[in-house]
Write a protein that binds this ligand. Structure first.
Ligand SMILES: NC(=O)c1ccc[n+]([C@@H]2O[C@H](COP(=O)([O-])OP(=O)(O)OC[C@H]3O[C@@H](n4cnc5c(N)ncnc54)[C@H](OP(=O)(O)O)[C@@H]3O)[C@@H](O)[C@H]2O)c1
Length: 365
């Protein structure tokens, strides 16, 4: 008699026996007992100590969903705002009293683990880049990708950390420059916060489009920002930006620290000021400049872009990468177990480009 039937199918003894005879079926075990994964759980709004690494049930996927095994992900400023709960507008989306979602993280790179029966174009084992958007969940060993989330194959020459750090800052910057500002070659652009995630992508995309870029960051980041292609550099710590002699067709406050009213004199006729930060001030100025004047104030919410826009954006970013015009800037890398440290660093507001979290050993390269 086959000794598999002498014991409970998934008792520790049985698993050892099955391993010895080479008949152990991990998937069958998972299907019978529900598989666990390691995830960073947000236990409430507050500091990084509100995050705990725990075991969680692996996400189940539907017919048109994809399960990805995470290689690398990032901690972004949006994760930081979400976790702290300090931003009233953000709480309206993430839960007014307590977080509605327990696993944060949106951008990731990894491998297709399994696909729903209606999925075509992806198969298990393929390396992919994805963004789970408002479904979050990327700070875990496995992430479910729904039909509204962009996902594409990862180029072989792109590392997992680079691939993980592409979509948040890249898609945000691309959408602001291309869709909101309709930036054209030869236009003059001022980028404030050029050393951040959104800013470092904005500098590279503006140069790829053919604009003239004046980049604003602190002196410590001058070398980095100039290496990304900026034509001119201004240190905001020793220069009053409002007194710059140059004027611009587009001003992009990628870090959300500046006011339209103070920078309006730096705009050329028909110029556009854009910010990433939602505030009553920008909403008021957007309404006002929509009615009068030829200098416009704008904000966009790039996370609300359609699936089609996000997919198109991702392909464009990958083309820039292939053409050598864009490379995600990676500041520091942490493991999933060190994710509290990643949050603490991001919350300083001083990171350069992106902070990566490697979730699996192979995700480090
Ligand atoms: N509206 C949208 O759709 C959307 C989408 C994504 C993100 N966002 C928002 O975009 C903002 C930026 O995100 P991010 O991830 O790019 O930020 P980030 O990477 O955390 O930005 C950090 C960088 O900002 C620089 N910085 C800080 N204060 C500055 C100042 N006064 N002037 C110039 N540079 C300054 C820092 O350089 P120094 O250390 O040299 O000061 C640092 O390198 C966040 O508020 C996020 O919520 C909005």
């Amino acid at each position: 008699m086959d000794n598999k039937f002498l014991v409970i199918p998934y008792s520790p003894f049985s698993i050892v026996m099955q391993l010895l005879e080479g008949s152990f079926d991990k998937r069958a075990l998972e299907q019978n007992y529900g598989a666990c994964m390691k995830a960073a759980i947000l236990t409430g709004y507050g500091g990084a100590d509100k995050i705990e690494i725990r075991d969680l049930e692996k996400p189940a996927i539907g017919d048109n969903e994809i399960l990805i095994r995470t290689a690398a992900t990032t901690v972004t400023q949006v994760d930081n705002i979400f976790r702290s709960g300090d931003h009233l507008f953000a709480r309206m989306a993430t839960g007014v009293i307590k977080p509605k979602i327990s696993v944060m993280g949106t951008e990731l790179a990894g491998w297709v683990e399994s696909v729903g029966k209606d999925i075509t174009g992806f198969k298990p084992g393929e390396a992919v880049i994805a963004d789970s958007g408002t479904n979050y969940g990327a700070h875990a060993e496995y992430v479910k990708i729904t039909p509204e989330d962009p996902v594409t194959l990862k180029p072989e020459n792109m590392s997992f950390p680079e691939a993980a750090a592409l979509s948040y800052g890249g898609l945000t910057a691309l959408s602001f420059l291309q869709d909101t500002a309709k930036l054209q070659a030869g236009q003059r652009m001022l980028i404030l916060g050029a050393s951040g995630s959104v800013g470092s992508f904005a500098v590279q995309i503006a140069k790829a489009i053919g604009a003239h870029v004046t980049a604003v960051a602190s002196g410590d980041n001058a070398k980095l920002v100039l290496s990304l292609g900026a034509d001119e550099f201004v240190d905001y710590r020793n220069t009053d930006i409002t007194q710059l002699k140059d004027t611009f067709d587009v001003i992009f406050d990628s870090v959300g620290k500046y006011r339209f009213g103070r920078l309006k004199p730096l705009l050329n006729d028909n110029g556009i000021f854009m910010t990433t930060d939602l505030s009553p001030n920008i909403l008021w100025n957007m309404i006002l400049t929509g009615m009068v004047g030829n200098k416009k104030a704008k904000i966009a919410f790039t996370g609300l872009n359609t699936f089609g826009q996000k997919m198109e954006g991702l392909q464009k970013l990958l083309q820039f990468y292939e053409d050598g015009k864009l490379k995600p800037v990676i500041d520091r890398t942490f493991t999933l177990d060190e994710i509290r440290k990643a949050h603490e660093y991001v919350s300083t507001g001083r990171k350069k480009g992106n902070v990566v979290v490697t979730v699996s050993e192979e995700g480090r390269v």
